[in-house]
Design a protein around this ligand. Structure first.
Ligand code: URA
Length: 441
């Protein structure tokens, strides 16, 4: 088999055979196919697409290109969740405890932040002592003991995705629906859960800019998950603005704790409750209305917060910070951002906010960069709110006060203040896709 012929077939819009896809993925991992030929095929796929069979075979080959987690030693139906990426997305820290408090085990592998997006692992590591590097048997034992554990990625999961993603990133081929679907679902399948809830973001801060594309991506991923024997549901949610008021690491932990206490921002609370309810639904805990009620009760009766505290303690962290978040490390300095004019906040560009937060030290440009856990941005007024000229509406935090000027400039570019208020806040929950079809709200 020749890579040249595979590229040529796809360039001409012909479907690839299962063997050709297997040959391609194998060659990506063992290094026998040079980067220029891999990139050429990625570009051909970008323009010509992949049919359902090709996408499913590509996903399966990528999922089995490295280690596949065996979670069978964990009792019960294990549900995973995945977000297609966002700014201020601290949902795992909230949804995991909510679901575990309702009796469904959550064994979650999370990633670190890169570029303008944050990562759950960094956020959890900002809690003093928190250990995200448990051995596989400790990971399983912790889930069996208390129903919840969040660790960094261990082993060599989906190495084909690492190779392909790195090349897509530099060849302008990231935003292809079959390639995104195969990338995400290969990692989810390799991570070993029985059910998967996907949060497909749509909007200015997301890969998918239109609802139509988000539905197509969600449908593709649900089909792949179901054909791999995983119960799969996708929610389509708005990512036109950052999620919640905090963007950073320790400040996002504080916001997660407040949300588990029932005092979180409305948008964040709604999305977390809906994700958690869908995870319970997949685990057979009842219909979606009953599952939503269980999640609400877990917040009201404090069991969701208890689970978070237990998880922090079980993973070596200082659990007293959960009851007194002022014990978390805080930035030595902050800067008040004042409204340049009076009006209403009508748009917040999530990506630009993420870049400003990363500049303050909350994120990293390269994998090796270290981060300042205490850095970030905290909105005091958010989308739709009224602001008065000269009055503080956000705060920047950093250990390096010399970064405030540039970060403030970038941040102010992200925020639109208009004379007229928004007629209504953008819809947060846009739709839901299951094996039975798509429903738009
Ligand atoms: N997230 C992924 O893991 N892969 C993609 O291709 C896009 C978002």
């Amino acid at each position: 088999m020749r890579m040249y012929d595979i590229i040529h077939r796809k360039r001409e819009g012909l479907p690839l055979t299962d063997e050709e896809i297997r040959f391609f993925v194998g060659g990506c991992v063992d290094g026998s196919i040079p980067d220029y030929q891999i990139s050429a095929l990625l570009m051909a796929i970008y323009f010509q697409g992949l049919n359902d069979r090709e996408t499913a075979v590509l996903t399966d080959c990528m999922a089995h290109s490295g280690d596949v987690m065996d979670l069978s030693a964990i009792q019960g139906f294990k549900v995973d969740k995945h977000s297609t990426g966002g700014v201020g997305d601290k949902t795992t820290m909230i949804v995991g405890p909510m679901v575990a408090a309702c009796g469904v085990p959550v064994a979650k592998m999370s990633g670190r932040g890169l570029g303008h997006t944050g990562g759950t692992v960094d956020k959890l590591e900002s809690i003093p002592g928190f250990n995200i590097a448990l051995e596989p048997d400790e990971f399983i034992q912790t889930v069996n003991c208390m129903g919840l554990c969040v660790v960094g990625q261990t082993g060599d999961l989906a190495p084909a995705d690492k190779k392909l993603y790195a090349l897509r990133d530099v060849t302008a081929t990231v935003d292809s629906i079959p390639l995104i679907a195969a990338s995400i679902m290969s990692k989810k399948i390799a991570a070993g859960a029985d059910g998967i809830v996907l949060d497909v973001k749509v909007g200015s801060g997301a890969f998918m800019k239109t609802v139509e594309d988000a539905v197509r991506l969600a449908e593709t991923m649900v089909r792949i998950g179901e054909s791999a024997g995983k119960k799969t549901v996708a929610l389509i949610t708005n990512m036109d603005a950052p999620l919640g008021n905090a963007i950073g690491n320790t400040i996002e932990v504080v916001e997660a704790v407040e949300t588990l206490r029932g005092n979180g921002p409305a948008a964040l609370t709604t999305i977390c409750r809906e994700l958690a309810a869908n995870m319970l639904f997949l685990a057979g805990k009842g219909d979606i209305v009953a599952c939503n009620r269980m999640v609400r009760d877990a917040i009201l009766n404090g069991t969701a917060l208890d689970k978070f505290r237990e998880m922090v303690a079980a993973q070596g962290g200082d659990a007293t910070v959960v009851d007194d978040t002022s014990k978390l490390p805080s930035a030595p300095d902050f800067h008040r951002v004042r409204a340049p004019k009076s009006g209403y906040i009508t748009h917040i560009d999530a990506e630009k906010c993420g870049i400003a937060a990363a500049l303050l030290g909350a994120g990293r440009q390269k994998k090796e960069d270290s981060i300042d856990y205490t850095a970030g941005i905290l909105f005091r007024e958010n989308l739709g709110d009224q602001v008065d000229e000269g009055v503080e509406f956000a705060r920047l935090y950093s250990s390096k006060s010399e970064l405030f000027t540039e970060a403030e400039r970038l941040f102010l570019e992200a925020v639109t203040i208009s004379e007229q208020p928004l007629p209504e806040l953008p819809k947060l929950l846009i739709g839901r896709v299951t094996a039975q079809g798509a429903e738009l709200y």
